[in-house]
Design a protein around this ligand. Structure first.
Ligand SMILES: NC(=O)CC[C@H](N)C(=O)O
Length: 397
């Protein structure tokens, strides 16, 4: 959310030993101890309530343009490894922690979180009053802020404040273009992991084209493990190019930024795929852009959903799933055309969490059935997609 810069600000005094600061657009300063990369980065300050999986969270490309406040106080205890990553190049702008990051204690750790953040260019602060910051985000919405780590303890607070105030904010921002893949490739787990054929499907049954708006790896892995050959294509791929791969189904990935902004080029492609009658499955940004392609609207939430314990009701079965979430935009229910039904709903705030389309093999969810991190209650959705592809094939249409 863009904040208007106040005319003059009195900054809170720098405590002795403070080597990092989060400076919000309105001049509020949270002081702490720097870790990870040095320097400054601007972004929207959000919070995530997950108690585990910090490395997956920090590497989720959907966090491009955002600084994450971890509400769970002890982050970094199991260090960092080469496997628990959702992308190779983290897009997050910074990370805020309550407790100091200690030396890792875990057999899988190859380095400390601090060292891993440094080598990945992520600026961090420990010792932040994350409760106060989270309450502020809940009360006033996600502010724009600058995170700065300066080992010599020298800060130009007004410059940092102005950077935050001048940043245009996520509304209207297309960030998928920054995190999508540069070229088409086939998902192959063995390319990503050491060790032979880990999770590999020897004879995939269906061919899925996955449009990468900032896809988390575990989504591609879940598709592959459900029996799919997965061809990953860049965000700007047209409908004709997608259809030229002769897929059995098309998947629309998660991703950062404003769905309307990315939708400028993604929606025409999605509409082309819809017109071809192919089975289609969307997650998070993919869900939001599917809604746009069907004629609906999205809007920015006051407080987004970021965590690993969000209850969602499946309206068809009445079952409640505990879900992993990370989104700041949502589909406007009233904007949906008559043939589009809400299939899932958040039990936190009643917002739309899933869509189905009457008479078409098309569905989407706002949350993350691939978890990473989080519970796997919603994994059945990958099977649902596979079933739609199988039915389409056997109907011969
Ligand atoms: N995880 C996602 O795909 C996020 C979608 C979108 N950028 C949002 O914040 O709502």
């Amino acid at each position: 959310m863009q904040q208007k810069a106040p005319d003059s600000v009195t900054f809170s005094p720098q405590p002795p030993g403070a080597t990092a600061a989060l400076v919000l657009a309105d001049g509020t300063v949270f002081w702490g101890k720097g870790l990870g990369a040095t320097g400054a980065a601007v972004g929207e300050v959000v919070f995530n309530t997950a108690m585990t999986g910090y490395q997956e969270v920090l590497t989720d490309p959907s966090y491009a343009g955002q600084i994450i406040t971890f509400t769970f106080p002890h982050i970094g205890n199991v260090g960092a490894n080469l496997e628990d990553i959702e992308s190779t190049t983290p897009a997050v702008r910074g990370a805020l922690f309550r407790a100091d990051v200690t030396q890792p204690s875990n057999w899988r750790a190859t380095r400390s979180l601090d060292a891993w953040m440094t080598s990945n260019g992520i600026v961090g602060i420990a010792g932040i009053d994350t409760r106060a910051l989270t309450r502020r985000i809940r009360e006033k919405g996600a502010p724009n802020g600058t995170i700065a780590h300066s080992p010599d303890g020298v800060f130009d607070l007004e410059d940092l404040r102005r950077k935050a105030a001048d940043w245009p904010g996520l509304l209207g921002m297309d960030l998928a273009k920054d995190v999508t893949c540069g070229q088409t490739y086939n998902w192959d787990e063995s390319l990503w992991r050491l060790g032979q054929g880990y999770g590999r499907q020897e004879s995939p049954v269906h061919h899925v084209v996955a449009v990468d708006y900032g896809a988390k790896r575990n989504i591609l892995r879940c598709l592959a493990n459900s029996g799919c050959k997965v061809t990953v294509v860049p965000a700007t791929t047209t409908a004709e190019e997608i259809l030229a791969h002769k897929p059995d189904g098309v998947f629309l990935s998660n991703g950062p930024g404003d769905p309307e902004a990315t939708g400028v080029y993604a929606v025409p492609a999605i509409q082309g795929v819809l017109n071809a009658g192919l089975p289609l499955f969307g997650i998070c940004l993919g869900h939001q852009m599917l809604a746009l392609a069907l004629g609906g609207k999205t809007h920015k939430m006051d407080t987004g959903h970021r965590g690993a314990n969000h209850p969602v009701k499946d309206l068809a079965t009445g079952k409640v799933e505990i879900t992993s979430q990370n989104h700041g935009f949502t589909v406007v229910e009233d904007s949906l055309p008559r043939d589009v039904a809400v299939s899932h709903r958040s039990l936190f705030d009643g917002t739309v969490e899933g869509l189905t389309v009457e008479g078409r093999p098309v569905f989407s969810v706002q949350y993350h059935p691939e978890a990473s991190p989080g519970p796997q209650d919603s994994h059945y959705l990958f099977d649902r997609f596979v079933t739609l592809m199988a039915e389409k094939k056997s109907s011969g249409t």
